[in-house]
Design a protein around this ligand. Structure first.
Ligand code: ATP
Ligand code: MG
Length: 403
């Protein structure tokens, strides 16, 4: 199906490395995982993400379930987590730093780095006003890129809040009205509904008009300005470099004041503050900040060198009871073991062991079973020796720990 892909075993190591690295970084900052349903009521996204956004207008997988209720495959993580936060009264919980990993769905035109089912890793922090939390979120993002050896530039902007944005929106509409005919059809439609989105339209004609547009930073209120300035100070304290990009707006309506993106030719991750999302969804007056990264885009940039490593291959030459016995012994130790159960020739078994990238093969046939021995073959050097089963532990220690 267009835009949907299988992630196959030969590529899984990168996915696991990415997700395990992210999990360990989140853990090290005291973040707890949250898992919310993939299917939500459509209203959660209409209210949360905003009904004048591209996501809600064009990109959602929405359908009626058998009871006639409109439901949607989640196009992003934050709105569902905010819904869960409200429903489960998480404001009373100490766990207000959360992370998630999972699939998202958007009906977009598939192309490089853009799929209809894609995967995000993200984090959300609720109820913390201090701009230091915005800096912490960026710090986590940056650490993850560093650990994975991925280069990315940080761009930041201040997009104001419901106090200051309406005045700006008004001057922006006034400005764009003068150039209406030069805008693409999408932007002409956006003009009254969501004029901020025109600022990051990719259309070349729109880009020219946008160059002369009034800047939001000249209209932001004192609170937004102070918050933004403090965030920058905290970023400096963490030695995190950034570029201020006053054209940076996000595609989701819930963002307020501080927003950011990490880019390397394309956007790798993005996030910001959403101080009104919880109240827009019917919860209390609780602020939030978060980010999400696209796993597919990061995986594209990761070194291809991550290898699967199965430590030991049991070449079982039709002595399955004995093979199981050896498997059981080996499970007292931390090795990964692939035990063969199909009858193949020794040659093809060793070929398979090579393909599995194993370090050692343990070859057993009738003779070995009778004498309670096995042949241990070092797959790198092709040296092999027959040993008593009781010697296995020591021999393997020699291979795996003394090199
Ligand atoms: P873009 O401008 O690239 O469409 P966006 O503003 O829609 O991004 P967000 O909703 O903020 O993106 O999602 C955060 C990240 O998720 C993006 O930076 C990107 O890495 C990834 N992402 C978004 N949409 C897709 C998609 N259709 N396929 C793959 N990754 C995606
Ligand atoms: Mg998008």
């Amino acid at each position: 199906m267009k835009g949907f892909r299988d992630i196959l075993p030969e590529n899984i190591e990168k996915w696991q490395l990415l997700e395990e690295t992210a999990k360990s970084i989140f853990k090290s900052f005291g973040y707890k995982e949250i898992r919310t349903p993939i299917l939500e009521k459509t209203l959660t996204f209409e209210r949360g993400v905003g009904d004048a956004t591209d996501i809600v207008e064009k990109e959602m997988y929405t359908f009626l379930d058998k009871s006639g209720e409109s439901v949607t495959l989640r196009p992003e993580g934050t709105a569902g987590i905010a819904r869960a936060f409200i429903e489960n009264k998480l404001e009373t919980s100490v766990f207000n730093k959360l992370y998630y990993i999972g699939p998202m769905f958007r009906y977009e035109r598939p192309q490089k780095g853009r799929f209809r089912q894609f995967h995000q890793i993200g984090a959300e922090c609720f109820g913390i006003k201090n701009p230091a939390i915005d800096a912490e979120i960026i710090f986590i993002n940056k650490l993850l890129f560093e650990r994975l050896n991925i280069k990315a530039n940080l761009e930041i902007n201040n997009i104001g809040c419901p106090v200051c944005r309406p005045a700006y929106t008004k001057v922006l509409i006034d400005y764009f009205e003068n150039y209406k005919d030069s805008l693409c059809t999408d932007c002409q439609k956006r003009l009254y509904k969501n004029p901020l989105r025109i600022l990051d339209c990719k259309n070349e004609k729109c880009k020219i008009v946008v160059k002369g547009a009034p800047k939001l930073k000249d209209y932001v209120c004192k609170n937004c300005q102070e918050h933004y300035n403090s965030t920058k100070e905290y970023l400096k304290a963490l030695n995190i470099e950034y570029i201020e990009n006053d054209m940076l707006v996000r595609g989701l309506d819930y963002y307020t004041s501080f927003v950011f993106e990490f880019t390397n030719t394309i956007t790798l991750s993005a996030g910001g503050r959403y101080d009104n999302l919880i109240s827009d969804l019917g919860g209390g007056n609780i602020c939030g900040v978060g980010f999400a990264l696209g796993e597919e885009r990061l995986i594209d940039m990761m070194d291809a060198k991550v290898q699967n490593n199965i430590d030991i291959y049991i070449a079982n030459l039709s002595v399955t009871f004995y093979a199981l016995q050896i498997l059981q012994i080996l499970k007292n130790f931390p090795y990964s073991v692939y035990c063969e159960y199909s009858s193949k020739s020794l040659k093809s078994m060793l070929k398979k062991a090579d393909k599995l990238n194993t370090s050692v093969s343990i070859i057993i046939g009738e003779n070995e079973q009778k004498s309670n021995t096995c042949i241990v073959r070092n797959m790198k050097s092709s040296n092999q020796q027959t040993i008593g089963v009781e010697q296995l532990e020591n021999i393997l220690k020699g291979v795996f720990y003394v090199t």
